[in-house]
Design a protein around this ligand. Structure first.
Ligand code: MSP
Length: 506
């Protein structure tokens, strides 16, 4: 099995913000889970460097667009490193191989009559880089409320409308193609209206920062036409020497995007692929927005976004990753604030997981000289129940991750940790150890096995914290087969006293 996941390519007109970090972290978590399941995985992220926004940002700084992009792209890499993102490909749309592949695709479509020339008259939104027809304009603005200006010019158009019926059929025939279900219905709703053809060029005299159209040197291609192709060119599309890689990864491609850019992916991209005679990706998942205090999308243009690096001063990166995956049902919008984050992390990481770790390891150090006694009382009903829960847990987690539902996967894990803490409360090994060391040792062995399995299943979410926790248990790595087994910790194994991994947040 193989799994290929992509984030959107982020515009380089500004530094990364918390919405970008959210999407990239979620993709990294899903990717790391699939790797843990034993699949071959590939993750692509990167920057969208052409178009008017980038050109404007460069001119505001008085430098060339390329110099601007070269200075901005590393900001994204730096933040992804801080956020423990383990991507395989960092894609930049200004890379030469990409430009050549895009030009090949344009020429191919032009030769096949899929692209034609016409005069465009209508409205244009610079901030969205999208054309609108008269009918779509609401109170002199774009449907999403962005300023628009009227233009009339010769341009090139892609025959998008031709593929409308085929696209509707594909979405209906492949229920998991657009996720979640509510977004799929939105796209189908959008496709009830007649699709127009897509303007895919910009005259250089108005906007020169883009990939030149091979059949008309006075034009560059529309930034979305160039950027969407990255998902395919990044893994070898239109590059002879990489055709095997493309064959391998393309059928397992999953695009994760914010809900605001679902149409460009579910309609523009899919119809472009149809015209290019390339099969469609496996899935497109649209996530929701992180909201500001007024419950609106945090956005750079509104100036209310949080710089992801600002979080570092109040909470470690791994717990923040946990918060993203656990608190926000993937697909939904969610307000983000310090209080909500602290509440979740204190309840589940400090009180639950952290407490279990410190209680068990402290007792092993205090009463058993730091050496584990391997003994399981398999006739005890509670132990039997806990072992059964652990046996089922990995598959439950896997199912939810395969369905792009990480918050549900984590909930299963937290439920088992809760049961384990309840078991400790009932058996009170801190008292029992004083009168019956063997019985207390049995309790602690079961608790530590549960801790090993549950924390191991959280490894994709909090890679650094879980490795630190595993070191306390004398373990080095997390492997799927061991997570599916119950008696992995060995007799006499050294257990160290844990340093607090999840201090309470005030
Ligand atoms: N460059 C295009 C994507 C091209 S993909 C071939 C683009 N870039 S962007 O930088 O403006 O936005 C990238 C992503 O950030 C989008 O998926 C968008 O939904 C996401 N977010 C921007 N603000 C956000 C929040 N407040 N919350 C969550 N994600 C949001 O669009």
């Amino acid at each position: 099995m193989a799994f290929y996941i992509t984030t959107p390519l982020y515009y380089v007109n500004d530094i990364p913000h918390i919405g970008h970090a959210y999407c990239t972290v979620m993709c990294d978590i899903l990717n790391r889970y699939h790797k843990l399941f034993g699949e071959e995985t590939l993750m692509l992220t990167g920057t969208d460097e052409h178009g008017q926004k980038c050109e404007q940002a460069a001119s505001a700084k008085g430098i060339t667009p390329q110099a601007h992009c070269d200075s901005m792209a590393p900001n994204f890499k730096k933040v992804w490193d801080e956020f423990n993102i383990s991507y395989d490909i960092f894609f930049r749309t200004t890379d030469n191989f990409h430009k050549e592949s895009v030009q090949k695709a344009l020429q191919d479509l032009f030769d096949k009559g899929e692209i034609y020339e016409a005069t465009y008259e209508g409205w244009y939104s610079v901030s969205e880089e999208i054309f609108y027809t008269e009918k779509e304009i609401v109170d002199g603005k774009s449907p999403t409320g962005k300023p628009v200006s009227k233009i009339s010019e010769k341009n090139y158009f892609f025959k998008m409308s031709k593929y409308q019926e085929r696209l509707i059929k594909h979405i209906n025939d492949n229920p998991g193609f657009i996720k979640p279900e509510s977004r799929k219905n939105e796209v189908l709703g959008f496709l009830k209206k007649d699709l127009t053809d897509l303007c895919i060029s910009r005259p250089k005299e108005r906007m020169g920062w883009g990939i030149e159209i091979p059949f008309d040197k006075d034009y560059v291609t529309y930034v979305w036409f160039d950027a969407l192709l990255n998902y395919a060119t990044g893994i070898g599309y239109n590059q002879k020497e990489k055709s095997e890689a493309f064959k391998k990864w393309w059928p397992v491609a999953n695009h994760v995007v914010g809900k605001d850019i679902l149409t460009t992916h579910a309609v523009y991209w899919t119809t472009m692929l149809m015209a290019l005679e390339v099969p469609l990706p496996k899935s497109i998942f649209a996530h929701g927005w992180l909201l500001n205090k007024s419950n609106e999308k945090m956005s750079k243009s509104e100036g209310d976004v949080i710089n992801p690096m600002d979080f570092k001063d109040i909470v470690d990166i791994d717990p923040l990753r946990y918060y993203f995956a656990r608190d926000i049902h993937f697909g939904n919008d969610s307000p983000i604030s310090k209080d909500i984050i602290f509440n979740r992390l204190n309840n589940e990481l400090s009180n639950n997981l952290g407490n279990l770790l410190s209680r068990t390891t402290n007792l092993i150090t205090k009463f058993y000289d730091g050496k584990l006694v391997k003994k399981i009382n398999t006739s005890d009903e509670t132990v039997k129940k806990l072992m059964a829960l652990c046996k089922d847990l990995p598959e439950l987690v896997k199912k939810d991750i395969n369905d792009f539902k990480p918050s549900y996967a984590i909930e299963h894990i937290i439920n088992v940790l809760n049961e384990c803490n309840r078991y400790l409360e009932e058996t009170a090994p801190w008292k029992l150890a004083k009168t019956d060391t063997d019985a207390a040792a049995e309790v602690l062995y079961v608790a530590l096995e549960i801790l090993r399995i549950c924390s191991g299943l959280l490894y994709p979410v909090m890679p650094s914290k879980v490795i630190a926790l595993y070191e306390t248990l004398g373990l080095k790595e997390v492997t799927w087969d061991k997570l599916c087994q119950f008696d992995v910790l060995t007799d006499g194994q050294s257990i160290s006293k844990a340093t607090p991994l999840f201090p309470r947040l005030q």
